[in-house]
Design a protein around this ligand. Structure first.
Ligand code: AKG
Ligand code: FE2
Length: 294
């Protein structure tokens, strides 16, 4: 396991050619200090307010996307994954309009990118704690792209932009990626590892020294995971907010949107037959392959 030795990038008005070629080659990039500590505290307060609102109103899903519930180190109720967070916060919604994000669209190459505030899972807030009754301590290997497959469309280029709210040194865990795996065919994209089940370190994986306020961007096709913290309690807290940059037809979600299959997968009890699920996946794959050939 390695800590990535990258030049310290800063995102300003324009991406440099060095930044663009680094991203193209490896499929990810880290920008230091994208927001300052005051903004980190402001956004965290805002998210706490949103969490309070969701709990008070017993909201379980936003636009069909289930919230993930757990308990904090002090035993209080915690929402460990919130989708479409910016629906409940003007501050966060305004933040997505930051001019600097427009520069990131260049990383989509020839595709016309846009910020997916109302699409996919919107602005997602992840809250990991390694303690007590926390239900979210790590995340197994996956790429973000095949969700398109489950939604019935082909895999299109996509970026995931992450804003980090806690310091997380490489040795404490956090995001791990396998550089270069965004440049792969459909088969390794789907079958390189067991989606979300496999948590084992890979000899090619790299990680980061993250400070609160840093920004990371990864290609949707890049294999990545979240390593559980080596610490427990308060020190293991890791909060990060993601939004997608996407292309293709505008597909906004709304209150009545159905829960996508990939979210249902996690909810189905394993006593049910796996056959219909496999048949569904096979069919989706067949359609996708057909479209890729056409
Ligand atoms: O928490 C992270 O840094 C990564 C989360 C992630 O990969 C995901 O939600 O798809
Ligand atoms: Fe992911």
């Amino acid at each position: 396991m390695n800590k990535i030795e990258t030049p310290v990038f800063q995102l300003s008005n324009k991406l440099t050619s060095e930044q663009i070629s680094f991203f193209k080659r490896y499929g990810f990039i880290q920008f230091k200090n994208f927001i300052n500590k005051e903004a980190v505290s402001l956004f965290l307060k805002e998210i706490e307010r949103v969490q309070h609102f969701l709990l008070e109103n017993e909201i379980k899903k936003v636009n069909g996307i289930p919230l993930k519930f757990g308990r904090d180190v002090d035993g209080s109720q915690l929402i460990q994954r919130i989708a479409f967070t910016s629906y409940y916060s003007k501050t966060l919604s305004d933040f997505l309009k930051d001019d600097r994000f427009q520069n990131l669209l260049q990383l989509m190459g020839n595709h016309k990118g846009r910020i997916g505030e109302n699409e996919k899972d919107g602005l997602v807030f992840n809250h990991y704690v390694n303690d007590g009754e926390s239900g979210f301590r790590q995340l197994g290997w996956h790429t973000d792209s095949p969700r398109d497959l489950f939604l019935g469309s082909r895999i299109l280029p996509m970026l995931n932009v992450g804003l980090h709210f806690d310091d997380c040194a490489f040795n404490n865990g956090g995001l791990r990626v396998i550089p270069g795996t965004h440049n792969q065919g459909l088969l390794p994209l789907l079958f390189r590892k067991k989606y979300f089940i496999d948590n084992t370190a890979d000899k090619r994986e790299v990680g980061f020294d993250i400070e609160a306020g840093d920004l990371t961007i990864h290609d949707g096709r890049l294999w990545h995971r979240v390593q559980q913290s080596s610490l427990t309690g308060e020190q293991s807290r890791r909060r990060v907010m993601y939004f997608p940059i996407i292309t293709g037809a505008y597909q906004p979600k709304h209150e009545a949107s159905p829960t996508p299959f990939y979210h249902k997968l996690g909810q189905i009890k394993f006593s049910g037959s796996i056959k219909p699920r496999l048949a569904f996946l096979k069919n989706q794959l067949k359609n996708n392959l057909k479209r890729d050939v056409e």
